[in-house]
Design a protein around this ligand. Structure first.
Ligand code: SDX
Length: 442
């Protein structure tokens, strides 16, 4: 049966590369697979069985772990697209619910599709009432990401009816539940940390407005969500929705490849995102800017960032894929000014410092030579802090927004008839066989 998948295209193409082992003179032909755009791949699935060689690529700098139709990144050109739509267009003209639909269903929704989808998400925003008892087991000063990992991992204990991954209906229900409940879980983690009562979701508010309401409302008075802040929040969610096979998404895919339930897989993704080299960078950027404190100290910190003996890195700079300006950072940089103006923070010293740091770094040979540009995390924290979020919540917001990407990537993998358990090999450098010596003779 004809299929448009890259695998099918490989079968119809005769392009190959030849691998020659110069020590034995043996050669092998390996097929090239071409996607719809971007780098071609050498299909090495038979390499070990045919040649006895493994490939070696720690950090996966040159490895395509799967084929996917969800998100395309061109790191040299600074391009990010979801389903063929440029992130700049989606951020400007779409909203997070539409981007969720696009990632889950492969096309932008019609008005009717959008209405039905938004209703499905809205009616899944509440949590089982027992879930709130998990929060009481945490210290009030627990990092909210620790709470997110624990509570999301526990959801499979409550939603058994959407853990059979072989059932398309259950896969979609689990997807809707995860996208819908993350804001509620995140807001509860915040409220718990400040000793305020949980605020239930409201069905009359949009996704972003509902989240802001659950974060900032208190029972003692009515809280009116600012439409422009809700729009800014929604745009931040769009910019963080999905990003190809990054560390946390790859974690979700590997966890899912064993057949683990989707709630457990997303909890694994949250844990991976927490690292300061990944989603934890937005929190680290704010702490770095606060540590730098003034423009006069920028040279001192740039010197540290270049010093190989100093673990300090310029947080919010550099990216495995982008060797150009991260298109999301460009949108956030612009949004920064709009939000700060709306909040009367025009003279936000941290933004001035960030822009001065960016300017100096982008003219510095060390950063230019290594193509280190601001990434999505460089400006997001400044906006989030201005909106009233504590730095400890920044990565939680990243996880909230990225859940739809994780879920869409997980679903795409499960629905790939060729998918198998992910089980990389290794280059063994340990001891070769040696005799066991009893302790009295050691
Ligand atoms: C995210 O993958 C994704 O798509 C992630 C993400 C997503 O949406 O999912 O985009 C989200 O995680 C963004 C990245 C957020 N992390 C940070 O801002 C932390 C700071 N950045 C670095 O830790 C680093 O740039 C990484 C982790 C992002 C990328 O690391 P790589 O690709 O392994 O690059 P590298 O460490 O090999 O660096 C190459 C060179 C090295 O110097 P040399 O050995 O060549 O002399 O660049 C240097 C590095 O020392 N370098 C930096 C630097 N980043 C890289 N030097 C100073 N400051 C930095 N930030």
């Amino acid at each position: 049966m004809a299929s448009s998948s890259p695998k099918a295209k490989a079968a119809s193409r005769k392009n190959t590369v030849t691998l020659t082992d110069n020590s034995s003179g043996q050669s092998w032909e390996m097929p090239i697979i071409e996607g719809s755009t971007g780098p071609r791949v050498i299909d090495v699935r038979r390499l070990y069985s045919d040649t006895g060689f493994f490939t070696y690529d720690p950090g996966y700098t040159s490895t395509a772990s799967c084929d996917s139709a969800l998100t395309y990144i061109d790191g040299d050109e600074g391009i990010l697209m979801h389903g063929g739509y440029a992130i700049e267009d989606l951020a400007e003209h779409s909203d997070y619910m539409e981007v969720c639909y696009l990632l889950l269903y492969g096309h932008l929704p019609t008005a009717a599709e959008r209405r039905d989808f938004e209703k499905a998400i809205t009616y899944h925003t509440m949590l089982h009432e027992q879930v709130m008892y998990f929060y009481r087991g945490f210290r009030r000063d627990s990092h909210p990401m620790a709470i997110m990992v624990g509570v999301v991992g526990a959801l499979s204990a409550f939603y058994h009816d959407s853990t059979d991954i072989s059932d398309p209906h259950q896969r979609m229900v689990a997807s809707h539940r995860l996208v819908a409940k993350m804001p509620t879980i995140a807001a509860m983690a915040y409220k718990y940390s400040i000793g305020q009562p949980f605020v239930y979701p409201r069905n009359d508010l949009s996704f972003a407005a509902n989240f802001l309401h659950m974060i900032f409302a208190v029972p003692a008075e009515e809280y009116k969500v600012s439409p422009s802040l809700a729009r800014a929040m929604d745009r931040i969610f769009i910019l963080h929705a999905d990003h190809e096979q990054n560390a946390s998404t790859s974690t979700v895919r590997i966890a899912g490849s064993s057949g683990a339930n989707p709630f457990a897989c997303i909890a694994a993704g949250i844990a991976s995102l927490w690292g300061p080299a990944h989603g934890g960078a937005n929190e680290a950027v704010l702490k770095m800017l606060q540590e730098i404190g003034s423009k006069e100290r920028i040279p001192e910190f740039l010197k540290r960032a270049k010093d190989k003996d100093d673990p300090f890195r310029l947080m919010g700079f550099g990216h495995r894929v982008y060797k150009n300006y991260d298109p999301r950072a460009a949108v956030l940089r612009k949004s920064c000014h709009e939000v700060l103006e709306e909040l009367n923070h025009q003279d936000e010293p941290l933004l001035d410092l960030a822009m001065a740091l960016e300017k100096i770094a982008l003219e510095d040979d060390y950063f230019v030579k290594r193509k280190l540009f601001p990434n999505v995390d460089f400006y997001s924290g400044i906006i989030l802090q201005a909106m009233g979020f504590p730095t400890s919540m920044f990565t939680v917001l990243f996880a909230l927004a990225r859940t739809v990407g994780w879920v869409a990537q997980w679903k795409e993998m499960i629905e790939d008839p060729d998918h198998r358990i992910s089980r990389p090999r290794q280059l063994y450098i340990g001891k070769t066989k040696r005799e066991f010596v009893p302790i009295e003779r050691r």
